[in-house]
Design a protein around this ligand. Sequence first.
Ligand code: FEO
Ligand code: CA
Ligand code: CA
Length: 624
Amino acid sequence: MPKDFSTMEDSNPSSHPSIHDLGRRTVLRGGVAALLAPLAGLPIAGCATGSGASDGPLLGFQGIAPSFADRLIVPPGYTAQVLAAWGDPVGLPDRAPAFRFDASNTSQDQEAQMGMHHDGMQFYALPGEGRGLLAVNHEYHDDGLLHPDGQRTWSAEKVRKAQAAVGVSVIEIVRSGPGWMMVRPSPRARRITARTPMYFSGPAAGHPLLRTAADPQGLSPVGTLANCASGKTPWGTYLTCEENFIGYFRGPQQPDAHQRRYGLQPGGYGLRWHEHDERFDATRHPNEPHRFGWVVEIDPYDPTSVPVKRTALGRVAREGATVTLTKDGRAVVYSGEDARFEYIYKFVSRDAMRPGGARANADLLDHGTLYVARFDADGRGHWLPLVHGQGPLTPQGGFADPGQVLVRTREACDALGGTRMDRPEWTAVHPDGWVYCTLTNNTQRGEPGRPGVDAANPRARNAAGHIIRWKEDGDFDATSFTWNHFVLAGDPTNRSGDSFGCPDGLMADTRGVLWIQTDLSASGIGRPPLERVGNNAMLAADTRTGEIRRFLVGPVNAEITGATMAPDGRTMFVNIQHPGEDRSDVSDTDNPRRLSNWPDFRANGRPRSATVVIHKNDGGLIGT
Ligand code: FEO
Ligand code: CA
Ligand code: CA
């Protein structure tokens, strides 16, 4: 996250302090050991094998040691190759501006190049062997890297370039020898940015809270940003999720209670878009922030398709959207909201998926029920429906209509009494039927004036994070579940696994390997209590045995995120985000480990986020 986001003020006055944690820069504190291990003795109920799951050992690779090097390290017998870095042309048919290492590309160039800060990502197969599309999120931009002189001067052109550096890239890729390469030009290549026309659908489309001077009908939002984690639907579309959108807005001197609950801050967070694009000045356009925080559905196969913001899934600082189906084919979407003391969500569609891909399911995510999770101390849990007219979600309770429940989702969850979690990041549906969610950390848990520990979030000043999991009572549409912790990162009582901290990205592959990616803040890497875990990493977990083994270590100050696989399980794509953190930190000499020049290692170069592709040298399944 941009540095200034970490100052975000308390946004949850209704149910006690909830500071958005938009900052990976949180200084980690506390005394837990730097060891990680699965909790001993956890029952692993219902360990039925899913498709492709085997009864033999899941993990066959040689685990690798922690590292602080400015390198990307994978196990012996594996190769990692940079596939698509910030600034690489995406392959639009009409233009392919080369990346300039001095960052002098124009905003027009950037509109045809990979954005910055790659995050969630999904693979979409194309006909033929070894060919597909990658849809890649670009979570945020870093002015210090994006412009030759950072923010020293400021202009409409710089704002426009920043707006082109966020959003989504769709690239076509093809197997090339043992590796993969981008197809350029490709008729399917696309950039979606903060300026791409979109539309709203679902119950809140057209709601007065979504109307602006430029869009008096409240149906036609412009752009997506803060695109963090992602989802892939079984009908072949991409879900990109708008997480820390509020940081792009300048707020009024005295935000109202609704604005405060979403963290709108007087003056903004230092990104300065509002100075040249009044849309981002909430003092002039107070409804514009309501037009972000949604799940956006994109058909990656059709570069002319208009992205759709699905209001039925609610408006939150959404980390991701993981989709599965009930036995009768209804869509179930799990999400976390990554902010301190925020919630875990589930959406269940009213209708079943139909054959026919994106077009046949164009309104599937527009009708259904949104729920928030409540984790009870007895290991049971309940999904509380966000349905207008039920419980506290009435006009008397402050919710005049269904649209208000969806635009003010956080407040609806406060009223319902959902469990306030330690920053829920990614979710994953495992073939064994359990649903996993990373809770990356929450150093304010148990601090004076903050919520204390509870059964689901059991550690005060939770610096290392944990992974919770639940199993629905029956099908995925159930309204109750059983839960436990899969692992407390940094748990000193068990030493059987490789160490890590701050779990974030999460993927369950079809063999049953749970891939865990970490996002320890730059200020915490190499420091207590996680000084022994090294740079951020990706680990593979066997959920049957609890073993966790380190598979990849990233370069200096990079976050590891966005894992996806080709359908044959022999190619893995991983995103390396913000190597070196941001340029403004280069002067921070108290921690020389912050410096990175990955992946180009050019003199006077600048680090670049990138998608890497990993294969096993013998062509085998990843992880074996
Ligand atoms: Fe964008 Fe919560 O990570
Ligand atoms: Ca994340
Ligand atoms: Ca994170």
